[in-house]
Design a protein around this ligand. Structure first.
Ligand code: ADP
Ligand code: MG
Length: 206
């Protein structure tokens, strides 16, 4: 992955989030405050504008810039969480023009650890971690087996979608949805849904 591909990934993610903003907001209306689609759409629109203005020289910088923009533009829980994840991922990548799928796996692992540290959620708490974790496991496994970026990203996207689907029967234990207790059961977690859009976007551009 080089800087151009990293920017294409963020553009594709932004387009997918814009197209699905209403669905994300509906999911958040069921178990939260109905702003997830609006929050992320605002943030990723700003990201595209920033990256259009000046393309950084490395994929690492693209991800750091994306994360910083999300942190400053997105309110709610998801701005800091996605922002920290992408910044941590970018900081863990080598500052070279081209990074390998194995490098990206290391970066994405650092991103997941940052989310865990900031939000304190564990797998099964019905958060975006329940899509991100399985996606990253699938990505790492594919890379270890010698897959190219497109194949590894496709496996990650499918695992993220399955993980997001699997949040439906869970009871939320973190974030706003946890206030609902039992009543959070039966709805998909909006952050897990948006995470699967971001992994699917990578599979589309890779
Ligand atoms: P808010 O909950 O502040 O309105 P959003 O609606 O934008 O923020 O984002 C909600 C999503 O953020 C949830 O669906 C969940 O996936 C994620 N989330 C919330 N709290 C946490 C946490 N502590 N750890 C990981 N993810 C979280
Ligand atoms: Mg919300």
């Amino acid at each position: 992955m080089n800087a151009t591909l990293a920017r294409d990934w963020m553009r594709a993610a932004a387009a997918a989030i814009a197209a699905d903003a209403d669905r994300l907001t509906r999911l958040d209306s069921a178990i939260g405050d109905g702003d997830h689609g609006v929050n992320l759409n605002r943030g990723f629109t700003a990201v595209v504008a920033v990256l259009d203005q000046e393309l950084p020289g490395t994929a690492a910088e693209v991800l750091v810039k994306t994360g910083s923009t999300l942190m400053s533009r997105v309110g709610g829980a998801s701005g800091p969480l996605y922002g920290m994840a992408l910044r941590a991922a970018g900081k863990a990548l080598p500052a070279t023009p081209e990074v390998s799928p194995a490098d990206l796996a290391v970066g994405l692992r650092a991103g997941l650890e940052a989310v865990g540290k900031l939000g304190g959620a564990s797998p099964g708490d019905k958060t975006l971690i329940d899509a991100y974790g399985p996606a990253l496991d699938a990505f790492e496994k594919a890379v270890a087996e010698g897959a190219d970026l497109a194949t590894a990203a496709g496996a990650a996207a499918s695992a993220a979608e399955a993980g997001a689907q699997a949040t439906v029967p869970l009871r939320a234990r973190k974030g706003r949805a946890s206030y609902l207790g039992e009543r959070s059961i039966g709805h998909q977690d909006p952050g897990a849904a948006s995470t699967s859009l971001i992994f699917r976007a990578l599979a589309e551009v890779a």
